[in-house]
Design a protein around this ligand. Structure first.
Ligand SMILES: [Zn+2]
Length: 305
């Protein structure tokens, strides 16, 4: 039976705060980069299609930026796999991952047939008996820092979706992992948002956060996203990203309490809540783990006209 999951991500809805970027030293060893990839370029009206071994990137960017986009996707794919799965990238994806960079919200909403949608990124995957039969990412080029925030965020959903073979990850972990792939600026924005949620509320308990299967009501959305990335970072710091992914997989099968005990020697969600409370007691001292995922050169990808 075919399964499908969709992730619609609200990435750029928070006002951009003044940022003093202080990216911590990478806490994970640098990954081995793939050799240069071969690209083919085609045009169709205003669109340019650049194909790499695992991606078909559609955009209305200048050719040099469109090429850079496809190269960056290949690099991200490799870094994400190495970071979260502890394996180098496998053979090229079949079918390739379609990446559609829409010039604005109108084009994005039309392509996804979601009028009124204010998200800036979306992932669609389809599975047939555990085999991936569709990978598709849509992003909006009018969103701030789309190429270093929305795009790696959505790509993380695809790589993690692959890791879990079509079984849904807990929502908090899926979003938390994806947010840790975003740019340093975006990460700082998330951190400021968590501080604001902690100061002004409403917040979610660890029980509510970790049991949530769908996006919460709008008044809890800031709490959901900022606490999800905060909790993911908090647990990743205790071991490694790949071990965190193993913990998430076990939490689905064995339950959260058992998985916390097995992977982190935490006596259930109650103990997690106490440790979390301790961590957030000094908001000014909080930081998120920094992972070697960002592709610096992608920052030069232009906003589509
Ligand atoms: Zn997401």
């Amino acid at each position: 039976m075919a399964e499908q999951f969709r992730r619609v991500c609200w990435l750029s809805l928070f006002g951009l705060v003044a940022i003093q970027s202080a990216l911590a030293e990478s806490e994970v060893a640098a990954t081995q980069e793939p050799a240069a990839v071969s690209l083919t370029v085609k045009r169709s009206g205003a669109w340019i299609l650049v194909e790499s071994p695992s991606f078909r990137c559609w955009s209305q960017l200048p050719e040099s930026d469109a090429r850079l986009l496809a190269e960056s996707c290949e690099t991200w794919r490799n870094r994400l796999r190495t970071t979260w799965i502890s394996e180098p990238a496998p053979e090229a994806w079949v079918p390739k991952c379609e990446v559609l960079v829409h010039p604005d919200r109108t084009a994005y909403n039309q392509a996804l047939r979601r009028p009124g949608d204010v998200s800036v990124g979306s992932t669609i995957m389809n599975f047939d008996q555990g085999r991936t039969v569709q990978r598709r990412i849509d992003v909006r080029a009018d969103a701030s820092d789309w190429s270093n925030a929305a795009l790696p965020h959505e790509l993380t959903h695809v790589v993690l979706g692959e890791r879990f073979g079509g079984h849904a990850l807990p929502r908090w972990a899926d979003e938390g992992i994806a947010m840790l792939s975003e740019s340093a600026d975006k990460s700082q924005e998330r951190l400021e948002n968590l501080r604001s949620v902690l100061a002004q509320g409403p917040t979610l308990s660890m029980v509510d956060l970790t049991q949530m299967n769908r996006l919460p009501q709008p008044q809890f959305r800031d709490a959901f996203y900022s606490q999800s990335v905060g909790l993911t970072s908090f647990l990743v710091r205790k071991s490694t990203p790949a071990k965190f992914a193993d913990f998430v997989a076990d939490s689905v099968v064995e339950g959260m309490d058992n998985a916390l005990l097995q992977h982190y020697s935490l006596n259930g969600v109650g103990t997690l809540q106490r440790e979390w409370n301790e961590w957030v007691r000094q908001p000014a001292a909080m930081s998120f783990v920094s992972l070697p995922i960002q592709v610096g050169k992608a920052s030069t990808v232009a906003v589509a006209p």
